[in-house]
Design a protein around this ligand. Structure first.
Ligand code: UN1
Length: 497
């Protein structure tokens, strides 16, 4: 039995209220659990007005000391801790994530806030040896300006927080366009941020679709646009930002592979593969989509995977025991079914899954059994990202061949190898190994921690968000030379007047 739309509306309204979202009808919401509308919530928004406000707010925020900015992020992180259940409920209701994964996403918000608070005292520049006497050469990092953040439906809180927590300690303000599928989580996050007690308009939410994203890409008030979504979306936005010589930070499509070598621990590999391929109903940008298995272990691993897939509980994400919730909408179901029929046309063999479930109970929803398909080769279909739980199985004989398959696709987000052979593992992580931004060993491609820089190469867009030194994208680097002598030696020994 699924929750009813009325029950889900009440759950969402309660969570929004507790987070402090003011009443309104600015954003229509829907739940993939029943596939029905929930009504409209929160204040209405206007991009132009939000951009003006973001510019004004930047004026004082940028000159607030970074550790003081960090205090606001600390208080926000603490409010997220208090409202973990509320945010997780909203994520489950509007994305369809199971409770454990929705809570994990909120934990990711908390983690990146903690990271950003520490970072607020560590925005280090360099001191550089000057070639001239009595000259000091340094590099300092300054706030950049209002940052536009466009997020996708599948991580409606965490990906925003990777950007916003870092941008805020860097002294930037944020204008956020969430996916039209997930306005409620955004409203709740923005309300909590306001309650954290910083100045007005640090983060503003603007609702809308592609037209709003395009307007953000074109607007010079946003020196940086950070956008997460499909490669097609990035290909539309990036040239527009570049056309005004702005910066973009892109996290686009993934078509992530894992190689399973002869020495792999198959019990561990099976668990990792099932989480990475079927978890989040296959709707992470890091989801495992291609499994490249050595011929010698393909039979045994396939048997283990088929058994594991056959027992995956699919259903209401808020129900105890469910591991796979619904797809975001019927369009996602159509593209999954289209991919499965193309796979059959390419000579693929459906080994398990693929059936639609709960169609009578919830005709507007899209519940599916995750599918495992054995493919004769890396066809055009396999090279395409289908944002649904379809895992293609390929076999290999030599590691070179497996690495070539891993790298053959246009996308370059995440990758894994399962092996207990250190030579194979290091080869995969080396210069002629995986060409992705995320290169893992004995762990699936999804489920990254916030401490690392997150993002990928090629058609994935090249951006890096969240941890490590990703903060540098949100700041302006100033190189400063101070002459404290009474002479004027020119660089490179040039003599002039
Ligand atoms: C995404 O799907 O856009 O590594 C982000 C992961 C998560 C984030 C995914 N921490 O799977």
């Amino acid at each position: 039995m699924l929750h009813s739309t009325d029950q889900l509306t009440a759950l969402a309204a309660g969570a929004l209220d507790r987070c402090g979202v003011i009443d309104g009808a600015g954003a229509p919401a829907r739940t993939p659990i029943t596939g029905e509308g929930l009504g409209a919530f929160g204040p209405a928004t206007d991009l132009d007005d939000a951009l003006d406000r973001a510019v004004v707010a930047f004026g004082s925020w940028s000159s607030t000391p970074a550790p003081v900015r960090g205090e606001v992020v600390r208080r926000f992180g603490n409010l997220v801790r208090e409202h973990l259940d509320d945010l997780a409920t909203l994520i489950s209701v509007e994305v369809g994530k199971i409770t454990a994964e929705a809570r994990g996403e909120v934990q990711e918000v908390i983690d990146v806030c903690d990271f950003a608070v520490g970072l607020s005292r560590q925005l280090y520049g360099r001191s550089i040896a000057s070639e001239r006497p009595a000259h000091r050469l340094t590099e300092t990092w300054q706030p950049l300006g209002p940052v536009g953040v466009v997020t996708a439906f599948n991580f409606p809180a965490a990906v925003w927080a990777w950007n916003a927590a870092i941008a805020l300690v860097c002294g930037d303000t944020v204008v956020w366009k969430p996916s039209p599928s997930t306005p409620l989580t955004a409203l709740a996050c923005a309300a909590l941020l306001e309650r954290a007690g910083g100045p007005a308009d640090l983060v503003q939410v603007v609702h809308g679709g592609a037209d709003v994203a395009v307007a953000m890409a074109d607007d010079g008030r946003l020196p940086l646009l950070s956008a997460t979504g499909s490669t097609a979306m990035g290909a539309t936005l990036a040239p527009r930002v570049a056309g005004r010589l702005g910066r973009s930070l892109l996290e686009l499509g993934g078509n992530n592979a894992a190689i399973v070598a002869p020495s792999a621990d198959l019990a561990l590999t099976t668990r990792a593969v099932v989480f990475a391929a079927a978890g989040t109903a296959g709707q992470r940008c890091t989801t495992l989509r291609r499994l490249i298995v050595h011929r010698s272990v393909a039979g045994e691993l396939t048997d283990r995977l088929v058994a594991a897939y056959a027992s995956l509980p699919v259903g209401d994400p808020l129900a105890e025991g469910t591991l796979v919730g619904p797809l975001i909408n019927r369009g996602a179901l159509d593209s999954m079914q289209g991919a499965l029929s193309s796979a059959a046309g390419d000579g693929g063999e459906l080994l398990v899954g693929g059936a639609r479930l709960l169609a009578d109970e919830a005709p507007g929803a899209a519940y599916v059994e995750p599918a495992l398909v054995r493919m004769p080769g890396q066809t055009a279909l396999v090279q395409r990202e289908t944002f649904a739980p379809v895992l293609y199985l390929l076999t290999y004989d030599e590691l070179d061949e497996a690495i070539a398959l891993n790298n053959e696709v246009t996308q370059g987000l995440a990758s894994s190898i399962f092996t207990t052979d250190v030579r194979e593992a290091e080869r995969f992580c080396g210069p002629d190994g995986s060409d992705c931004g995320i290169v893992n060993v004995n762990i699936g491609p999804s489920g990254a921690e916030i401490g690392g820089a997150f993002g990928g190469e090629k058609a994935t867009g090249g951006g890096r968000e969240s941890g490590s030194d990703s903060w540098k994208a949100y700041m302006r680097r100033a190189t400063t030379t101070v002459n404290y002598s009474d002479d004027l030696p020119l660089a490179q020994g040039v003599t002039f007047v």
